[in-house]
Design a protein around this ligand. Structure first.
Ligand code: ZN
Ligand code: FE
Length: 256
């Protein structure tokens, strides 16, 4: 079993604690801060074995050094980001597998938001920690990659089983939903998801995890094939999927 605890920090970040209950091994994904993680570990009586970083941005690695100093945990991150991940111990590459206790976790490279971005996928537990690559109803901004590269990365995630739960690093769903509606107002699943998210957020509850199946049905960045999205964009009807994706990303960058 993999127990997952969601820790909201900063204005809209989520830190996830993954606890493998057979061996008691615990990992924290993208600790923006150390103190909130230490508090939960103490409350649960868990020791911290690993930090899993998806990429080098400060709101994902901010707690690395303090957690390592206080717990002796090992820090896992992309080998290609070795120079910019504070305290990195183990560099991993696309397609490699790591272990959290008895659970196998696959590393998938998903460049686009940053060049070294990776995600952590546990097939047995149907869990995907996707950092800033895929959000509910959105995707990460292209800081270091091209639209083509991000589109390729998202194809990998689209291909995972629909029941796969998505643990994204930010609570962006409401704002993403407002943008998605401008492109596909006639999508009933999208309307329903937005209503559910509004209700959750009103209670200050996370809109996550989402899942791959729900995102395939609602997330405009995974729906380049949708005729109504294509119609909403000022591009040729036969535009390629990557062209449609790039245009959606461009519009979102300017949407407020
Ligand atoms: Zn980021
Ligand atoms: Fe971030």
């Amino acid at each position: 079993m993999l127990d997952i605890i969601t820790i909201p920090v900063l204005s809209d970040n989520y830190i996830y604690l993954l606890h493998e209950s057979v061996t008691g091994e615990t990992a924290v994904v993208d600790p923006a801060q150390a103190a909130p993680v230490m508090r939960i570990l103490a409350k649960k009586g868990w020791r911290l074995d690993y930090i899993f970083n998806t990429h080098h941005h400060a709101d994902h690695v901010g707690g690395n050094l303090q957690l390592k100093q206080q717990t002796g945990c090992k820090i896992i991150a992309a080998e290609s980001d070795r120079q910019r991940i504070p305290g990195i111990d183990i560099g991993v590459n696309d397609g490699e597998q790591i272990l959290l206790g008895e659970r196998k976790i696959a590393i998938l490279a998903t460049p686009g938001h940053t060049s070294g971005h990776i995600v952590y996928y546990c097939a047995e537990s149907q869990v995907l920690c996707c950092g800033d690559t895929l959000f509910s109803l959105g995707c990460g901004r292209l800081f270091e990659g091209s639209a083509e590269q991000m589109w390729q990365s998202l194809q990998k995630l689209k291909a995972l089983p629909p029941a796969t739960r998505l643990y994204c690093a930010h609570e962006y769903t409401q704002a993403n939903g407002r943008f998605a509606l401008t492109l596909e107002a006639d999508n009933p699943t999208l309307m329903q998801r937005i209503a559910e998210v509004n209700a959750l957020r009103k209670l200050n509850l996370p809109s996550l995890p989402s899942n791959i199946g729900l995102e395939l049905a609602t997330n405009p960045f995974l729906r380049e094939h949708s005729p109504s999205i294509r119609k909403s964009l000022a591009i040729p009807e036969d535009a390629s999927a990557t062209r449609v994706f790039a245009e959606i990303r461009r519009l979102k960058d300017h949407f407020h």
